[in-house]
Design a protein around this ligand. Sequence first.
Ligand code: DQA
Length: 146
Amino acid sequence: MNILCLNGPNLNRLGKREPEIYGSETLGDVEARLLKLAKDNGAELAFYQSNHEGALVDRIQQAAEDGTAGIIFNPAAYTHTSVALRDAVADAGIPTVEVHISNIHKRESFRHHSYLAPVCIGQISGMGTYGYDLAMLALLRMGKGE
Ligand code: DQA
């Protein structure tokens, strides 16, 4: 199973960025852990981060063509603004799990709404970076038809 882990704006700063909210792990730490989890489960993982909405749209379109079977997606601030990313996920038709490190429902009201959630199979929010692992485990299980 080929899985894509996609991360939106400012997540390249993970570990340095507001550590009281997002923790001290870097995106590289998350990537290394997910690569191991994928390998242990016989899956392939591609990892991509961009601060640019269009680049994320391009990467989702690429996934729709390259046999990607599941997407773990933290759209970051674009969660709350982007019809373009929602349309890209809907068009790709790839099972997608929306992940947020922080609990967006406990924070400012503008973070409570997600444009992406209605086109994702589910949302994981507030479990720290472990949310990425949980998303991968869910996709692996679904990929086996369980
Ligand atoms: C985030 C939550 C978003 O509201 C915020 O804009 C982010 C990160 C999270 O992982 O908790 O950049 O997606």
